[in-house]
Design a protein around this ligand. Structure first.
Ligand code: NAD
Length: 290
């Protein structure tokens, strides 16, 4: 298959490399100087998109996605599929999909979970929104880049699933960290805290799979000086997207709102930028107020 791939950063580069390795003809474009094994670089986004059966974008945000879409949609062939794998706001995902559909192009939002490790290993989870026909066409590519692809519904449904999942993750990570900090003050041994909670009703992915306390539970960024992993900055981005969506859909998400405020404070005022999102535990131990 001939594939255009736009946005070859931390995630896009290994995803494109895996497609090339599987034998697809991949033409890439990035505004930064990059080279990816097996991928031929084009001089512009439109050039990467021209003649491709599938165009994949992996970009920083919705504003950039809208700009790139303006450029590539007119260059794409009718019947081709435009798959955006970036994490962006639901409104941008839907606006770009409508624009593509008007031009006779099939559009999907398909954000991912699994991080750079999953992108490199080809074990990402894709959450896809858009027409069934587009999903069927792109499914073999999802199977190369990932281990699971869920067709969540119409356009925007993939982004909706992603931000709802990450809102739960942000909230449970904070709850887990504040509970550890409280347990410390109450003189409870951390290993005992883990042994109880991980097998009791307080269990969660944050506690069981990504324990924020060093030396306790499975290996996690806490055991590596809170080097990401999943950076607090990216968690803040996703929580902001969830609150933007809640505002626009008139949904009540007070815990998501509070999690966003705490991560904003952590990243922007308390030196949390560049640290893993589980570094909320040392943050609570210092007992910041607010
Ligand atoms: P990144 O910043 O490493 O990569 C983005 C790339 O887009 C960069 O190489 C940049 O030069 C390029 N770019 C910017 N503007 C462009 C334009 N106009 N045309 C072409 N290329 C352009 O970011 P990343 O970590 O690869 O993340 C990409 C997306 O995936 C984001 O939306 C992020 O939220 C999402 N995501 C990231 C992770 C993660 O762990 N890094 C996990 C899941 C989802």
């Amino acid at each position: 298959m001939k594939i255009g791939f736009i946005g070859l950063g931390n995630m896009g580069a290994p995803m494109a490399a895996n497609l090339a390795k599987a034998g697809h003809e991949v033409v890439g474009f990035d505004t930064a100087e990059v080279s990816v094994e097996g991928v031929k670089m084009a001089p512009s986004a439109a050039d990467a998109a021209r003649g491709a059966e599938v165009v994949i974008t992996m970009l920083p945000n919705g504003e950039i996605l809208r700009r790139v879409a303006e450029e590539i949609i007119p260059a794409m062939a009718k019947g081709a599929v435009f798959v955006d794998c970036s994490t962006v706001d639901v409104d941008s995902a839907r606006a770009v999909a409508e624009q593509a559909e008007r031009a006779g192009i099939l559009a999907m939002d398909a954000p991912v979970s699994g991080g750079v490790g999953g992108a490199t290993a080809g074990t990402l989870t894709f959450m896809a929104g858009g027409p069934e026909e587009a999903f069927e066409k792109v499914k073999p590519l999802f199977d190369i880049m990932g281990q699971k692809a869920v067709h969540c519904g119409g356009s925007g449904a993939g982004q909706a699933a992603k931000i709802c999942n990450n809102m739960i993750l942000g909230v449970t990570m904070i709850a887990t960290c504040e509970a550890f900090a409280l347990a410390d003050k109450l003189g409870l041994d951390r290993q005992k805290m883990f042994d109880v909670v991980s097998t009791s009703s307080g269990y969660s992915w944050s506690m069981n799979a990504y324990c924020p306390a060093p030396g306790v539970g499975p290996q996690s960024p806490a055991d590596n000086g809170y080097k990401p992993g999943f950076a607090a900055d990216l968690m803040l981005k996703d929580l902001r997207l969830s609150q933007q969506a809640a505002e626009s859909a008139d949904a009540d998400t007070p815990m998501g709102q509070r999690a966003m405020e705490l991560y904003a404070q952590f990243v922007e005022q308390e030196g949390g930028s560049g640290m893993d999102f589980s570094a909320m535990l040392p943050r609570f131990e210092k007992r910041h107020r607010g």
